[in-house]
Write a new protein. Structure first.
Length: 274
């Protein structure tokens, strides 16, 4: 995967001659978290994974309290710069809020949408008081520092973490690279997010997938997002046993299958999921 900085956004690419899949990571993650997924996606698919604003070398957003629509506009700017007119979108966790906002606001640019381990958001008024959980994220990060913060939180993202030390280590490595102000901006966006409201506005085919053992964003959140979709755009709702929150690491084959199935029902596509 080559890594590039364009319009203030850092992104990674696996070249391909087919359609384009844009991958949006979660709040404690990075573009590189999708590397393991690539082996399960059709080889001709061009895959672009961004570091969200404020992550990696990507510039933070101008607002201290951005909304999901602000990240959607940053994504639009990247797509414009890369001359990507029509993309398939995968959002994981916090990335589901970004992906749904992008699809809802720019339906002419999105061919299909896959939402994995949905972060529903809390609909906190912009500039309001953060919930106890959201406020504690920022307190813990400042108190512990990134390395210890990641060590505490990473095991929760992997089901049966004691038997999956390698996956936990990979999640911890990503999370240890978060920084302010990007993480603070993302936390406040999560606080104000309302995924169900954006899903109700989506007009492209959308599938939802979640690990049955996800304790970070339990399956009920993903089910609520799926139920909010118009019946005319609903793809598949997939519950994966034996997988936790980091479904792109713990169940990449199931996630790839869901993405490819959703894509096949929108635009012609060749290749199979391994």
């Amino acid at each position: 995967m080559c890594q590039t900085l364009t319009n203030g956004i850092e992104w990674r690419e696996r070249p391909g001659s087919g359609g384009v899949l844009v991958c949006l990571h979660g709040i404690g993650s990075l573009a590189s978290a999708f590397d393991d997924l690539l082996a399960y996606l059709p080889s001709e698919l061009r895959v672009i994974c961004w570091n969200a604003p404020g992550y990696g070398r990507s510039e933070p957003l101008a607002s201290d309290w951005p909304m999901a629509a602000d990240y959607a506009e940053a994504l639009l700017s990247l797509c414009d710069a890369l001359q990507l007119e029509h993309v398939h979108v995968l959002g994981h966790s916090l990335g589901t809020l970004m992906g749904a906002a992008f699809a809802a606001d720019h339906p002419d640019r999105v061919a299909s949408l896959t939402l994995a381990a949905c972060a529903q958001g809390r609909a906190t008024p912009h500039g309001g008081t953060l919930s106890e959980n959201d406020a504690q994220r920022l307190v813990d990060l400042e108190r512990l520092g990134t390395a210890a913060f990641a060590a505490v939180r990473a095991p929760r993202l992997i089901h049966a973490s004691d038997r999956n030390a390698g996956l936990v280590a990979a999640v911890r490595e990503d999370m240890a690279q978060i920084a302010v102000p990007g993480y603070g901006q993302a936390t406040r966006m999560l606080a104000s997010g309302n995924l169900a409201a954006d899903c109700a506005r989506v007009r492209v085919r959308t599938s939802v997938i979640v690990g049955a053992e996800d304790v970070v964003t339990p399956p009920a959140q993903s089910r609520a997002a799926f139920d909010a979709l118009s019946a005319s755009v609903r793809g598949d709702y997939v519950l994966v046993s034996g997988a936790g929150h980091a479904i792109h690491r713990q169940a990449p084959a199931a996630l790839a299958h869901t993405i490819a199935s959703t894509m096949r029902n929108t635009l012609p596509m060749t290749g199979t999921v391994q």
